[in-house]
Design a protein around this ligand. Structure first.
Ligand SMILES: [Zn+2]
Length: 153
């Protein structure tokens, strides 16, 4: 359920071959891809890691350098809340606003603030460590949805 992005670090000596690889991997026109390559470290693709790894290999074979990073902006975190909230914002049981803990987006301060103002299990541990398992939490402790991220390094 995680999402990654493929970034082009260096187009290398063969821009035309790189464009061909990208044309095969993206739904973009050559014109769009050419303007993408003008950017500094363009984001080429987003998707599951296995998918990006194959494109990365193709790019490296053409002398380019590309890297894959976790891309939390592409996650549909509202889907995490679907089971515990009808509007995906508030707890279905008590109506409180749900807290979303998203790796690399939710800050340590936000986690600490949430832990201090909630009655969830291990609240004091979470407040002192500043870490919470990624997922969705009701501040009243009614519901917890743990997101599964086994492929984040
Ligand atoms: Zn609740």
């Amino acid at each position: 359920m995680s999402i990654f992005a493929l970034y082009l670090d260096d187009v290398g000596p063969n821009r035309a071959k790189v464009l061909q690889v990208l044309k095969g991997a993206c739904n973009s026109s050559f014109r769009e891809l050419k303007s993408l390559l003008e950017l500094a470290r363009p984001r080429l693709l987003t998707g599951p890691k296995w998918q990006l790894l194959s494109v990365q290999q193709l790019l490296h074979a053409k002398g380019a350098r590309a890297s894959i990073e976790f891309y939390p902006e592409g996650l549909d975190v509202s889907a995490w809340a679907a089971r515990v909230s009808t509007d995906r914002i508030h707890c279905s049981a008590c109506g409180a606003k749900l807290f979303f803990a998203v790796p690399k987006l939710t800050t340590r301060e936000q986690i600490v603030d949430f832990a201090r103002s909630s009655v969830i299990a291990n609240a004091s541990e979470i407040a002192s460590s500043g870490w919470i398992h990624p997922g969705v939490y009701c501040p009243c402790g009614c519901v917890t949805v743990m997101a599964n991220f086994d492929d984040i390094e």
